[in-house]
Design a protein around this ligand. Structure first.
Ligand code: PEP
Ligand code: MN
Length: 360
């Protein structure tokens, strides 16, 4: 990716005094629904009106979008409200139709980014376009696949590029619909600081009550904008009902978000501080999650020891662990004193868990 600075020209040219906001329903359902939501959003900080026309559903038999007909509704949105429009494209035919209907921003969905064939087909169909093209992360946490898609578009002479971070699917259930894996977004930003990055808290959380917190974390991590699914009757939306917010709720979210765009030294300092604190919060949550996992394994050992009537404390094994962790700690700049203290506490908690099982 050469001339990386050019990648953000489209965003800089918008001259926004706040993060970029893309909002609108998950799916275009009817002409009235699309126009009503667009009218509710027109005099707000929302820059692009989104609506899915072709919907990639994980399982068949669900609403798969209204198809090309919806593009006419997006044209009406532009004519009636002056808002710019955005939709997902997943093959060359979609691209052709979207360009013919003058959609301003196209995004590649998470289920398409995983396929280099599809991405290449879209890149070829878009060759040389000045439309904005945003690439959602692939459903699986693979940074190379995400970057590969961006590279295919850049090689096809598409200048106005960016990415959307929408989280990653996991086999294990978590509180998120799609795990944010923030470290990956941070790594992407570190490698390509000029590539605009938009957060999609709707698909990360799958739950409208969590959208504000994830949006704030994203802004603290220097994301350039947000894509938030918005519907006047979220509960009755034809797709992704649980995660959509009303236009009123969206306006409140935008109002409440702490945004730091100023450039005086004090503001810069606070912004850097928020960024580092957000990183620490993410790691702290991961630590707690891992410790919980460790204790679950420990509980399993407790059950086995109970069956075999074996003592809880196995000193030889414990000393081996400590020795290994002290060495591992050194490699990460952690003092022996700290490692010993921390593992003593972990070990004690482990013993408590096992004793509870054996005596319980
Ligand atoms: C969407 O934006 O409605 C969508 C289908 O998103 P994703 O590709 O992130 O699942
Ligand atoms: Mn959706």
């Amino acid at each position: 990716m050469e001339n990386k600075k050019e990648l953000r020209t489209w965003l800089d040219d918008l001259n926004l005094s706040h993060p970029l906001v893309i909002a609108g329903p998950c799916s275009a359902e009817t002409e009235e629904q699309v126009l009503k939501i667009a009218n509710d959003l027109k005099d707000t900080d929302v820059s692009y009106f989104r609506a899915g026309i072709w919907k990639p559903r994980t399982r068949p038999g669900m609403f798969e979008g209204v198809g090309a007909l919806g593009l006419k509704w997006l044209q009406k949105v532009k004519a009636e409200t002056g808002m710019k429009t955005a939709t997902e494209v997943a093959n060359a035919a979609h691209v052709k139709l979207a360009l013919e209907h003058d959609v301003d921003l196209l995004w590649i969905g998470a289920r398409s980014t995983v396929s280099p064939f599809i991405v290449q087909e879209i890149a070829d169909a878009l060759n040389g376009t000045d439309k904005i093209v945003l690439v959602k992360n692939p459903v699986n946490p693979d940074l190379a696949l995400w970057l590969g898609a961006i590279e295919r578009l850049a090689t096809a002479n598409i200048k106005n590029l960016g990415v959307i971070h929408r989280g990653f699917s996991t086999y294990e259930k978590s509180k998120y619909r799609n795990n944010p894996e923030w470290q990956m977004a941070i790594e992407l930003q570190t490698k390509f600081p000029d590539l605009p990055i938009i957060n999609d808290p709707s698909h990360i959380t799958g739950n409208r009550d969590m959208i504000f917190d994830v949006s704030q974390t994203a802004l603290d991590l220097n994301f350039d904008g947000l894509m938030i699914e918005t519907h006047f009757d979220p509960d009755n939306a034809w797709s992704d009902a649980a995660q959509q917010v009303t236009p009123t709720a969206l306006i409140q979210i935008m109002k409440d978000l702490k945004i730091r765009k100023e450039t005086d030294p004090e503001a810069e300092y606070n912004k850097s501080l928020d960024n580092l604190r957000a990183q620490i919060d993410i790691v702290d949550n991961q630590i707690i999650g891992l410790l919980g996992k460790r204790m679950k394994a420990s509980d399993g050992i407790g059950t086995l020891k109970k069956q075999k009537n074996v003592a809880v404390l196995q000193s030889k094994r414990w000393n081996e662990i400590l020795g290994r962790m002290v060495l591992e700690g050194q490699e990460h700049g952690l003092s022996e004193e700290f490692i010993l203290k921390m593992f003593k506490a972990i070990h004690q908690e482990s013993i408590n868990h096992q004793e509870k099982i054996i005596n319980g």
